[in-house]
Design a protein around this ligand. Structure first.
Ligand code: 13P
Length: 241
């Protein structure tokens, strides 16, 4: 079964209203790509980005959400609010949230449930640290994160992103053979393996995207730094044809 390539940009804590012109340029590339093109800007920009992207092929997503729909949770954003602002996806369990905010897989699982209920597609991130890889634990760690982070009834309405922590923002990328092995392993752990997209993330750049995207079990990329540069992001999108 064919899975449509998803090229997703994670802007992390970058982006002001003065950057919204990025979407006008991106719309041209998204409109002629075979890939689904997604940008996850900071939540402050979602509404304005949604207005800017109306009528284009660009999809928008959040970078995190709360487990609840409303309530006394100062500073948090509900999945339904992201949807209301124009998001259709939400990144969950990113390693920066697992480390900066001590997020556990069970919390990620509850957030994924909230996202699905709000009509958002969760992009659930998993990945091992350098120490865990060197200790030979990468597959066990990823299996445990998947086992703990995916709600029971996700069907194929979920996306997985394999992001080895040591490759994020470092310029280091996992080798194509390591990525191929891990993605094939991840697929064996999914409830709907044939239809669930598994993205790779971690220093994806124009120079390595084509090799990574050509791998059988890689269904797209979750791009950090290079998604802030229209030329770099456009050439990563172009690898999908
Ligand atoms: P970089 O592409 O900057 O390494 O970031 C990857 C990432 O964390 C995407 O979520």
């Amino acid at each position: 079964m064919s899975r449509r390539i998803l090229i997703a940009g994670n802007w992390k804590m970058h982006g002001l209203r003065s950057d919204l012109g990025f979407f006008d340029a991106l719309a041209v590339h998204a409109g002629k790509s075979n890939a689904e093109v997604l940008v996850c800007p900071p939540s402050t920009l979602l509404s304005a980005a949604a207005e800017r992207c109306a009528g284009t092929a660009i999809r928008l997503g959040g970078q995190d959400c709360h487990t609840g729909a409303t309530g006394a949770h100062t500073g948090d954003v509900a999945a339904v609010m992201l949807h209301d602002a124009g998001a259709r996806y939400v990144i969950l369990g990113h390693s920066e949230r697992r480390s900066d905010h001590a997020e556990s897989s069970s919390l990620v699982c509850a957030k994924a449930g909230a996202a699905l209920s709000a009509g958002l597609t969760p992009i659930v991130c998993v990945g091992e640290t350098r120490e865990q890889r060197e200790a030979g634990e990468a597959f066990d760690i990823v299996a445990a994160q998947l086992g703990g982070s995916l709600p029971a009834a996700t069907g194929s309405g979920i996306v997985i992103a394999y992001e080895p922590v040591w490759a994020i923002g470092t310029g280091l990328t996992a080798s194509a053979s390591d990525v191929a092995r891990m993605h094939a392993f991840i697929r064996t752990r999914l409830p709907e393996p044939a239809t669930t997209r598994v993205l790779y993330g971690g220093s994806v750049k124009p120079g390595n995207a084509a090799e990574l995207m050509a791998l059988d079990d890689v269904d797209g990329a979750l791009v950090g730094g290079a998604s802030l540069d229209i030329d770099a992001f456009a050439s990563i999108i172009a690898t999908a044809g």
